[in-house]
Design a protein around this ligand. Structure first.
Ligand code: ZN
Length: 240
């Protein structure tokens, strides 16, 4: 695979503190955050290709840090199923989803998420609306950005869909959606596409419906978004 961003400046070392993902703690990003951010960006932009081996010592050297935070970042990514560990080789990037896996994933999401969105719209609290607006801001900040912005967009997408799932008030639904870890996998497959720009408009409709407590509109907006997202995946896998 030919990475389209290989000439880009090093995303972690070159940019300012940033790192506004879910892994930030305290005043600035920790070494684990930095390693996570760096690896996530490489995985999402397929500079580390699906199935490729990830050498811990090389990553540590690239970042100028020790191997311990790199290992910790990798175990976070393993929990998100973006990498997996093998006995002799160490870590590898997870393989790309198959068409069958994609189809099954969207079938399940279509059964659950529109319903969850309708319930979430009814139950929206001021606190969740504030969270939604923060996610909305994050998403508009990262559209049209570089590889690092792209991986942040995927995380914002995960945050939005998680908020809908937990906002439904149904713990089983929230757990089921969380366990899929769908978003990072989907966005990894869509790296060479216009997905963030298209998804941004779809997300805006979802957010507007949730803020307006409009259950029917939220349900419809999520259904339409998942349909379009599945079509984007189908198109991407047809080229791959
Ligand atoms: Zn989405």
């Amino acid at each position: 695979m030919v990475p389209i961003v290989s000439q880009r400046e090093n995303p972690t070392i070159s940019s300012s503190p940033a790192g506004n993902g879910p892994h930030q703690s305290g005043p600035g990003p920790t070494l684990v955050d930095r390693a996570y951010d760096y690896l996530l960006t490489m995985l999402m932009s397929v500079e580390i290709a699906p199935g490729e081996r990830i050498a811990i010592d090389t990553i540590a050297r690239q970042l100028g840090i020790s191997q311990t935070p790199v290992r910790e970042a990798l175990s976070q990514l393993e929990a998100e199923r973006l990498v997996f560990k093998t006995t002799n080789v160490g870590y590898r990037a997870s393989p790309q989803m198959t068409r069958e896996e994609v189809r099954d994933l969207y079938t399940l999401r279509q059964l659950i998420e529109p319903y969850a969105a309708a319930r979430a719209a009814e139950l929206m609290t001021d606190e969740s609306i504030a969270l939604l607006q923060a996610i909305d801001r994050d998403m508009s900040d990262v559209v049209d950005g570089d590889a690092r912005a792209y991986s942040r967009f995927a995380e914002a997408d995960a945050a939005l869909h998680r908020l809908i799932a937990t906002g439904s008030g149904n713990r089983l639904i929230a757990d089921t959606i969380e366990r899929l870890h769908a978003h990072l996998h989907i966005f990894r497959a869509l790296y060479r596409t216009n997905a963030p720009n298209e998804a941004a408009a779809e997300h805006r409709r979802i957010i507007d419906a949730l803020v307006a407590h409009d259950a029917a509109a939220a349900e419809q907006a999520v259904r339409a978004h998942l349909e379009r997202s599945q079509q984007r995946m189908d198109a991407a896998l047809a080229i791959a």
